[in-house]
Design a protein around this ligand. Structure first.
Ligand SMILES: NCc1[nH]cc(CCC(=O)O)c1CC(=O)O
Length: 331
């Protein structure tokens, strides 16, 4: 695009910034509550809520409380919720079989939300890290995170989530070929309308720290996730991954983390024109909240500005822990 403009003073670009009314009128992007997916942490217990220390304002909630919170935020206009289980230590194992237990926390929460708020979209997480004893997203054999065996487990996990009533399956594991395998199993199992939002370009990032605390994976995790999550130095590779996941049957794709990777969001949107999401991850949330708590930035303004940035970068929607706060502010 090559905007044409007369030389100063015929053109004064400040004219269209003079008042709130004209600024509203010429604003190019809008971020609304309808663009949000709210990630929540689910724990065992009843009528129970506990704060996540490294994420001020975020809680782990028992299944009944998650369903209540879902009702509340849906009434505020948030269309979708994404579930992350805090699996008790005795349910983590080498074979990660709790991942496809129909009665696991995630599946119980899905059913409870669907019963309380049938119209709300429920998204679930496909990866073994909440269930494995290594904190890795896949099986570890002789020090290697093995791909094909892991994909077999991920397929079982995804099918159990669809059976529990999930609307959107979110594979966050970054194994090769899992989208195609999950898509085929969903078709075969009669879940042809279940969507896949692929964590297609997920980077090996330091910004996931608080999340790993929230789901209790920090203690377990040995080493890093660099053999499956992306190198922060890469951009062409993100395009290849998105192309691959779309060709295997992903309905929507995600870039993660969000704010440090807005260039990737824009590139993905421009290259493919598919529904594109960003995950404003735990560390991004924690940074803004920590600075706000110290009085160093205005937390509300930073939240709104950060969410708008995703729209400007081409995202259709955002997963953000700020979802309820944004909805209350906007409402
Ligand atoms: N499957 C793991 C998973 N799913 C979502 C997040 C991070 C989300 C966040 O930081 O908010 C992670 C962490 C990781 O890859 O270690």
């Amino acid at each position: 695009m090559q905007p044409i403009q007369a030389p100063f003073p015929a053109t004064r670009l400040r004219r269209t910034r003079k008042s709130g009314a004209i600024r509203d009128l010429v604003q190019e992007n809008v971020f609304t509550v309808k663009d949000l997916i709210w990630p929540v942490f689910v724990c065992e217990g009843e009528n129970h809520e506990e704060p996540v220390p490294s994420m001020p304002g975020v809680f782990r909630r028992s299944v009944d409380r998650v369903a209540e919170a879902a009702r509340e935020v849906f009434d505020l206009g948030i269309p979708a919720i994404c579930l992350f289980p805090y699996t008790p230590g005795d349910k983590r194992s080498a074979d990660a079989s709790e991942a496809w237990n129909p009665e696991n926390l995630s599946n119980r929460a899905t059913r409870a939300i669907k019963a309380a708020v049938p119209e709300m979209l429920v998204m679930t997480d496909v990866a073994l890290d909440p269930y494995s004893d290594t904190g890795q997203d896949g099986f570890v054999i002789d020090g290697e995170i093995v791909n094909d065996l892991t994909v077999e487990a991920l397929v079982k996990q995804a099918v159990s989530q669809a059976e529990a009533g999930a609307d959107i399956i979110g594979p966050s594991d970054m194994m090769d070929s899992r989208i195609g395998a999950i898509r085929a199993a969903l078709e075969a199992g009669g879940h042809q309308n279940v969507m896949i939002l692929s964590y297609a370009a997920k980077y090996a990032s330091a910004f996931y720290g608080p999340f790993r605390d929230a789901v209790g994976a920090s203690g377990a995790l040995k080493g890093d996730k660099k053999t499956y999550q992306m190198d922060p130095g890469n951009s062409d590779e993100a395009v290849r991954l998105v192309a691959r996941d779309l060709s295997e049957g992903a309905d929507m794709v995600m870039v993660k983390p969000g704010m440090p990777y807005l260039d990737i969001c824009r590139r993905v949107k421009d290259s493919f024109g598919v529904p594109t999401f960003a995950y404003q991850v735990s560390g991004e949330y924690a940074m803004i909240q920590a600075a706000a708590q110290n009085g160093w930035i205005d937390g509300e303004k930073a939240m709104v500005e950060s969410l708008m940035a995703f729209k400007r970068a081409g995202c259709d929607g955002v997963l953000s822990y700020f979802a309820p706060a944004f909805a209350r502010l906007a409402g």
